[in-house]
Structures are given as structure tokens and as C-alpha cells.
Design a protein around this ligand. Structure first.
Ligand SMILES: Nc1ncnc2c1ncn2[C@@H]1O[C@H](COP(=O)(O)OP(=O)(O)OP(=O)(O)O)[C@@H](O)[C@H]1O
Length: 433
């Protein structure tokens, strides 16, 4: 995990792309950025075939060949005679989608331009995939393009959005965050577009919506996949026409807003299931940025550890903390991604003078058992924090399982507000399913 080895890997990041060819002679180059195959007008490789789903499958270059991934299509994706959910194509292969066919012809290894920047705004990362992300963000931050940021919980989606805003010409304007997952359906329209006084019961004052609040700046739509379906065409219209009408109002006000959005959900699957509108998807996903899970970019650990230690004022603790993580969590898969790492590093950094204490406290936090002996050797406050964290992690993991990921159900069962439940799920990197 030294800087030297990181640099060598950057220079040697190669993928095998290819070309997708249709019977009518259309050709499209397959690179590391995903190509969507589907019936939708926004699809990169489009088939006007009713048996093809709106967003049917996607193709992209990976290390060994062309990755074909079905996007929850109705009729499936076939490589030759095999129905595939996900497959890496290494030799020329015919792909069947609905009643249409195309061929993938993989090419030799090609070098991916990753750039050398190992940070962008508040983000750091030395892995080739993050360096590539930084290169893309550098190029698009100053443009008006909207960006869809994809990634598991805790991979840094919100910090990407904030950093893009601060690197854009809109940085002096507002940065407004709207968590689409916590909007109550009855207030959704008013939260987005605002309302006039008396528009509905409880509308005691005229109020701006999130779009108008973000005027002159950036609106970050977190959890875009959870935006209520009936609101989606209205948002699309507002973005296209650059104007909003408040609930209960009769006039339009102009808005000048750049939209950035994030999602943990696979929106292609949502689109095929009719829960997300593809026209809104293609409007917002003018640029798609995918943040890989931390387990796929462990090269980022040293720089992240250094960054967090600096942030908490313990820069000198970084080598001890990095060594501890390498030794004790070397094969850990970080389900809570960078957020979980940040939590671990913050605790470890404050205890770096006594590495044994790191062991005690962080092992405690991870264990759900009582670990009596270890507890008694740790300061009471730390031990309690560890035990509470273990309880919370366990409770919400089980709750999510029982409620099959349904946040409303979890809120009912736990007697908590939905946004509190969501905060705990995030804190411990628990997928909602
Ligand atoms: N590349 C990075 N460099 C430095 N810090 C990072 C990086 N990525 C994430 N973080 C930190 O990890 C934490 C989680 O990041 P963030 O809230 O942006 O994740 P997220 O993907 O939006 O999560 P969620 O989907 O749960 O909302 C924050 O403390 C953030 O500062």
C-alpha cells in the first residue's frame, strides 16, 4: 500500500473494450463508461423493438473483456444461447435482446487515461478508478451539465456533489440538498416547487420550494430513485423550461439551477419496473459518475487515512492507524464504505499513542457479544460507546431484514421517525434492500 506501488498501478490500468455491431451496420465503441442498450430514445444503442426494454442492458470495458449486464429487462439478455445477468465477453459473441441482435467484438487491451490527480475538492483517492473519476469531475465541474452520481452508501456521493458545486462558477450561489427519500408524498410537490399561502391546509405562509431556493446555485437531489413517480414529469418540465409554479399559484417564476443527483438504487431496474421515468433519467444523467465501493479500491486507504487524521488534528497518527488497519482489517470488505472507514479512523487516531487501546475499543465496537474482560479494561465512556454502537448496528441490521428494507415499515416497528431510521441505516452502512 505504498505510494510507489500505487503509482505503478496507475500506469498499468488496462481494460479490454470492443465494438458493438448491429445487423444494419451501426457500430458503437465500448469503453469504460457504460453504454445503455434499449428501446428508450436516450439509449446509446437503440432498438425500435417492442420486445426490447426501455433500458435493457449495459456494456462496458473491464479488465478481462466486455461486461454485459442485464438491467432487469422483461425478456432477458442472451449471450449466444445463454441467458445472462452479468457476463464478461472475451471472444466475438452474438447478443440477443428481445427480438433484436447485435455482436460484441472485443478488442485488445487498451490503456485508460486516468490522470494523476489524487484529489478533487474534499475527495481524496489514489486508485486508478478514483483518479479517473477526479479527471471527469475536473472536466465537467465548470460546465452546466447535470451529473448523476452512483454508488453504494458511504462512497462519497454527497461530497462529490458539494465539491463539484464549489469548483463551479456557481460556487457563490446556494448549495441545496434535497433528500428525495424523506419527502412525505403529500408535501412532495410543495417541497420541490413551493406553495402559495392557503394552497392547502397548513400552508399558512407563502413558501419557496427547493428549486427556487437553489436559484443561482446547485440543487443536489439525494436518493433520486425515491422521487415520487407523479412528481417526475413535473420536475422534468421545470428543468426543461427553467421555471417553476408554486402549488396554488398561477404564475411561473424563472429559475437558474444546476442539478446534481445521487442514487444507491439501480435506476435502470427502476425504469424497467415503471418506477422511474427514463426521460428524467437521461435529462439528469448527462454525465454519469460511478463511485466504486471501497472494497474495490483498497489502494485508496493510505491517502484516506492520512486525510481523516489531518481533519481530526492528528496528522502524526496516520502511519500507526494505517498499519493497524492493514493488520487488523486487511481483508475486511467495508460494507459502510468510506463513511465506515472515517468512523474507524477517527476513533483510532485519538488512541494512536496506545495502539492496544485501538484494538480494545474498535474490537468492542465490532463485537455484538458482551466481551466482559475487554470492556472492563477500556475507559467507561469508550466502552459504552462501543457497546451502544454494537447494539445499534445489530438492531438496525435485523430490523432491515425483518422489514425487507422497507423504511416505513422499519419506522413503524421501531416507533421512530423515518428520517431517524434512515440516519441509522446510513451510519452503519446497512442497505435498505
Ligand atoms: N474520497 C473521499 N475522500 C475523503 N472523504 C471521503 C471520500 N469519500 C467519502 N468521504 C467521507 O465519507 C463520508 C460519507 O460520504 P458521503 O456522505 O458523501 O457518502 P454518500 O455516498 O453520500 O452516502 P449515502 O448514500 O449514505 O448518503 C463523509 O464523511 C465524507 O467526507
Amino acid at each position: 500500500m505504498t505510494q510507489g506501488s500505487t503509482r505503478a498501478r496507475v500506469l498499468h490500468w488496462f481494460v479490454r473494450g470492443g465494438v458493438a455491431k448491429t445487423a444494419s451496420g451501426r457500430q458503437i465503441v465500448i469503453d469504460v463508461d457504460p453504454i445503455v442498450v434499449g428501446r428508450d430514445e436516450g439509449a446509446h444503442l437503440r432498438f425500435d423493438d417492442p420486445e426490447v426494454s426501455a433500458t435493457h442492458c449495459e456494456l462496458r470495458a473491464v479488465n478481462d473483456g466486455v461486461l454485459v449486464r442485464d438491467l432487469g429487462s422483461t425478456n432477458g439478455t442472451f449471450a449466444g444461447t445463454l441467458r445472462v445477468r452479468e457476463a464478461v465477453i472475451t471472444t466475438p459473441t452474438e447478443i440477443l435482446v428481445g427480438g433484436s441482435r447485435f455482436t460484441i467484438e472485443p478488442t485488445g487491451k487498451q490503456r485508460v487515461e486516468v490522470g494523476f490527480a489524487d484529489r478533487f475538492g474534499d475527495l481524496v483517492g489514489a486508485s486508478p478508478r478514483m483518479r479517473r473519476v477526479f479527471g471527469v469531475l475536473e472536466k465537467v465541474a465548470r460546465t452546466p451539465l447535470s451529473i448523476l452520481i452512483l454508488g453504494e452508501t458511504g462512497t462519497g456521493k454527497e461530497i462529490v456533489a458539494k465539491s463539484v458545486h464549489l469548483a463551479s462558477e456557481r460556487k457563490a450561489g446556494p448549495f441545496v440538498v434535497l433528500d428525495c427519500g424523506s419527502i412525505p408524498a403529500s408535501l412532495a410537490e410543495s417541497i420541490l416547487f413551493g406553495h402559495e399561502k392557503g394552497a392547502f391546509t397548513g400552508a399558512t405562509e407563502r413558501k419557496k420550494g427547493a428549486l427556487a431556493e437553489a436559484n443561482g446555485g446547485t440543487l443536489f437531489l439525494d436518493e433520486l430513485g425515491e422521487l415520487p413517480i407523479d412528481l417526475q414529469p413535473k420536475l422534468l418540465r421545470a428543468l426543461a423550461e427553467r421555471q417553476v409554479k408554486r402549488v396554488g399559484g398561477s404564475t411561473f417564476e424563472p429559475i437558474d439551477v444546476r442539478v446534481l443527483a445521487a442514487t444507491r438504487r439501480d435506476l435502470a431496474v427502476e425504469m424497467n419496473a415503471g418506477r422511474f421515468r427514463s426521460d428524467l433519467f437521461f435529462r439528469i444523467a448527462q454525465v454519469r459518475v460511478e463511485l466504486p465501493p471501497l472494497r474495490e479500491r483498497l489502494d485508496d486507504l493510505p491517502l484516506l487515512v492520512e486525510d481523516v487524521c489531518k481533519r481530526v488534528g492528528s496528522a502524526s497518527a496516520a502511519p500507526t492507524v494505517a498499519k493497524w488497519i492493514e493488520q487488523r482489517l486487511g481483508s475486511y470488505d467495508w460494507p459502510g464504505n468510506v463513511r465506515e472507514l472515517v468512523n474507524v479512523v477517527q476513533v483510532a487516531a485519538t488512541l494512536a499513542d496506545t495502539p492496544d487501546a485501538i484494538d480494545d475499543v474498535l474490537t468492542l465496537a465490532r463485537e455484538t457479544g458482551d466481551g466482559g474482560q475487554e470492556k472492563a479494561q477500556t475507559a467507561f465512556a469508550e466502552a459504552k460507546r462501543g457497546a451502544v454502537a454494537a447494539f445499534e448496528r445489530d438492531y438496525f441490521t435485523q430490523l432491515a431484514r425483518i422489514a425487507k428494507g422497507n423504511v416505513s415499515e422499519m419506522a413503524r416497528k421501531s416507533g421512530m421517525e423515518r428520517h431517524h431510521v434512515r440516519a441509522y441505516l446510513r451510519k452503519y452502512g446497512i442497505e435498505k434492500g
